[in-house]
Design a protein around this ligand. Sequence first.
Ligand code: NAD
Length: 357
Amino acid sequence: MTSHKIYVLPGDGIGPEVMQPAVAVMHKAAASAGVTLEVSEGLVGGVAIDATGTPLPAQTLAAAQASDAVLLGGVGGPKWDHLSMDQRPEKGLLGLRQGLGLFANLRPALLFAPLAEASSLKPELVVDLDILIIRELTGGIYFGEPRGVESRNNERVGFNTLVYAEHEIARIAKVGFELAQKRNGRLCSVDKANVLEVSQLWREVVSDGHKNFADVELSHMYVDNAAMQLVRAPKQFDVIVTGNMFGDILSDVAAMLTGSLGMLPSASLAASGLGLYEPVHGTAPDIAGQNKANPLATILSVAMLFRYSLDIPEAADAIESAVARVLDMGYRTPDIAGADKTLVGTVEMGELVMAQL
Ligand code: NAD
């Protein structure tokens, strides 16, 4: 029987609450798929600061590096807000991303039909929406050198550098082509090649990569148009691949098409195939410990873990279908509640998904 190592980091705030049902779902889906999971748990973020004095203990990073996949709740909260920038819980997450070499961030925007009214767009524009945004995560303007603020001609000047090397573009494009192959076969590369030289190189390298993926339909779009198209006719897209800053912005636009933070999963992948899976939302200190948090974003992150790190798409499909059925039956946590719906808590929502799995 195949066995996979999964490292679980519940983190802070609602993290442990949403993690509990997600781990239960993970075990059940694995059993149905006939695979064994070796699951261990560690500390990151505020709970790690409290226990060890650092947001990312060396033991946590080593255990994460030795796993097939990491499942994370969230880090941070008011208790640690007074700490200096490099001692804060968020530093633990950044260190984890860096230490694992996670260069591709995957953010699906999947709209479950019963939640169509939660979108800011007209229901007919978003019903059955299923797009995937792939953002390059370790390069581009957020990391480029030189950077800084300095004095020039008696005034302060701020500057950053948007830089991409060919190999960085080629490897994120490859992720885009491969995932488009597994989905509906269409990849849209988003850039600003009408203005930026780095985008012209981006476009050339992505087009070169296309030669190895003849079965994928490749298109290119300027980022301003992509932003417009995402709110005009989002269903035209299948997979979007783009750089760090454009992806940061477009993935949040796409997220809001589906209406609710409590429903959004994400994945970040390394070249080795190792992945970090986490809900898009934070630790929601305002509702922590009240059995009010929506666990579905974390449960859907588990579905991504099966799809992208363990390569068991049937298990991913089964989890997503179970979630869809529970929503169809009218069950809602408070964040997605509507008229005539049955309000449930975190624990009950988890049990409902388990029953449908
Ligand atoms: P947040 O996502 O935690 O919360 C924003 C709002 O959405 C809150 O009203 C919250 O109650 C609600 N919400 C979030 N997730 C929910 C869920 N699953 N179910 C129901 N409601 C949910 O963002 P914030 O308030 O800006 O940040 C709170 C803390 O989380 C901060 O310390 C921040 O640094 C941290 N944070 C961590 C991550 C991460 O670990 N990846 C991401 C974002 C924020």
